[in-house]
Design a protein around this ligand. Structure first.
Ligand code: UD1
Ligand code: CA
Length: 485
């Protein structure tokens, strides 16, 4: 069994944020959660060393009982952080050690590191406990610990990790750096950690001091894998890189994307082959999409079945859009909105906790809340279900094939029978039986020729007001004294 310790107790001052660094979300998942996923990818048991905002970090993993926590009381350095995890480690056996601020690390990288450690063990280095360190060639090594190789005995040189602050000018030129990912044997940690001394200059306990001269350095990793997030610029960069990585996977799985950068797809989303996503589409949470999602739609926890279409600018959360249904452009589906096959919900229509049955249409400017809209019913523009009386929500039931005229107000609780017709502008306060016509609006008065007389009167009024204003301005100009001051 592999154990993996993630050091996540640091302060993260450079983030300039009240939120602990490792909790900053990347595609809906806390930064350190990405490291934990990579650990799960190799079947290791994650142990998080927490300190700064320990409770908040633990709470972020409350639904992941396999994650265990060790507490570092004060941030005294990476070596001290690892010491905090010691009580949770077995007597012996391999222990992966990783940093919590490297969210781009992938399972493949961990696999290579572990394989390198295993190979070195089989080779028999003589010490009995092998330490493996992952290194990479940094384009800019500043800030990293350098891998310093010195001529050693036997068949290979000895290694040492020298921190930036301790580098000689010559060492500072070395571009091969410590990634911060290691495999130790638990027995070695038990033996070496209690005697670890603080660095003479900084007073910090360096984890790198636990790396013996005969450690194996496993190099050649892509620098991106170990990109550390220390500030918000790096956070934004990590977000972009992870989004690109996920989008590429979806494209390879047959999802149609406008480009590899544009849709934002959280890792919790599931897409079917041939799903289509538009420019700027955002899919969060437990979305499942097999159909089409247009440009600039924002969907959360929403199902879009194959053959369903979500048009541009639609916002949906907790909705189900079945095959053949069409929604948008610019509709708003809220939790409990269900659009059955062939239902149409058009622009500026808001639907909440309502089932729109097969073939029913609400194409323009409506609010349908706590409603049942029967199959094939037609909801006219401007129709509102008045579902809230200031205290409780009430249901509206509309039968199959009913026709609701424009601007109807349906005051819930209310039932409209199948095939009933509601006249435009009607306020419905009582149940309407099936196939009945209900019209309720004030009588219309028509006065022939009145418009001509009204216009003449209004024009005369306006002319008179303008003449008065002019006369007033003239008298004022004559009485105001003029001349140089
Ligand atoms: C460390 C390495 C350096 C390596 C680099 C790779 C040491 C001494 N140096 O430096 O050789 O090149 O990582 O990124 O280890 N943490 C704690 N408690 C602490 C201090 C840190 O939990 O008391 C955690 C941090 O939250 C962070 C991780 O350990 O996730 C790394 O700490 P950080 O201070 O960033 O180390 P670096 O200076 O980057
Ligand atoms: Ca760091």
């Amino acid at each position: 069994m592999f154990y993996a310790v993630v050091l996540a107790a640091g302060l993260g001052t450079r983030m300039r944020s009240p939120l602990a660094k490792v909790l900053h979300p990347i595609l809906g998942r806390p930064m350190v959660g990405w490291v934990v996923e990579a650990i799960r990818g190799v079947g290791a048991a994650p142990i998080l060393v927490v300190g700064h905002q320990a409770e908040a970090v633990a709470a972020a993993f409350a639904h992941q009982p396999d994650v265990r926590f060790a507490r570092q009381e004060r941030p005294l350095g990476t070596g001290d952080a690892l010491r905090a995890a010691l009580p949770l480690l077995p007597a012996e056996g391999p222990v992966l050690v990783l940093a919590g601020d490297t969210p781009l690390i992938g399972a493949e990288t961990l696999r290579r590191l572990i394989a390198g450690w295993e190979a070195a063990g089989q080779g028999g280095q003589g010490t009995g406990s092998v330490v493996a360190v992952a290194s990479f060639d940094a384009p800019d090594p500043h800030g990293y610990g350098r891998i310093v190789r010195e001529p050693g005995g036997a068949d290979r040189p000895t290694v040492r990790i020298v921190e930036q602050k301790d580098c000689t000018p010559a060492q500072a030129l070395i571009r091969e750096v410590n990634s911060g990912a290691y495999v130790f044997d638990a027995a070695h940690l038990r033996a070496a950690l209690p005697g670890l001394q603080p660095n003479a200059r900084t007073g910090e306990y360096y984890l790198t001091d636990l790396v013996p001269p005969d450690a194996v350095v496993i190099g050649g990793f892509a620098p991106e894998q170990f990109m550390g997030v220390n500030d918000r610029a790096a956070l934004a960069e990590a977000r972009g890189l992870l989004r690109l990585r996920l989008n590429r996977q979806w494209a390879m799985a047959g999802v149609d994307l406008p480009d590899l950068h544009s849709p934002l797809i959280e890792p919790t989303v599931h897409l079917e082959p041939d799903a289509r996503l538009g420019v700027g589409a955002v899919l969060r949470g437990a979305c499942r999409v097999a159909g089409e999602v247009g440009d600039f739609c924002v969907l959360e926890d929403t199902v879009v079945e194959a053959g369903a279409k979500v048009r541009a600018g639609t916002v949906a959360g907790g909705a189900i859009i079945r095959a053949g249904a069409v929604v948008g452009p610019m509709s708003h589906l809220r939790p409990g909105a269900v659009l059955e096959a062939g239902a149409h919900v058009g622009n500026y229509v808001e639907v909440k906790n309502s089932r729109i049955h097969a073939g029913a249409k609400a194409n323009h400017l409506s609010y349908l809340g706590d409603a049942e809209v029967g199959a094939g019913a037609n909801i006219g523009a401007g129709t509102i279900t008045c579902n809230y009386d200031g205290f409780s929500k009430h249901r509206t039931q509309i039968g199959a094939g009913a026709f609701i005229g424009s601007n109807a107000a349906l005051v819930a609780p209310v039932k409209i029978g199948a095939g009933a017709i509601i006249g435009a502008g009607t306020t419905v306060t009582e149940d309407v039986p099936a196939d009945a016509i209900a019209v309720g609006r004030p009588p219309l008065k028509i006065a022939p020729g009145s418009a001509v007389r009204l216009r003449a009167r209004l024009a005369a009024q306006k002319a008179q007001a303008q003449a008065q204003a002019q006369a007033q301005a003239q008298t004022q100009a004559m009485t105001t004294p003029q001349g140089p001051r």
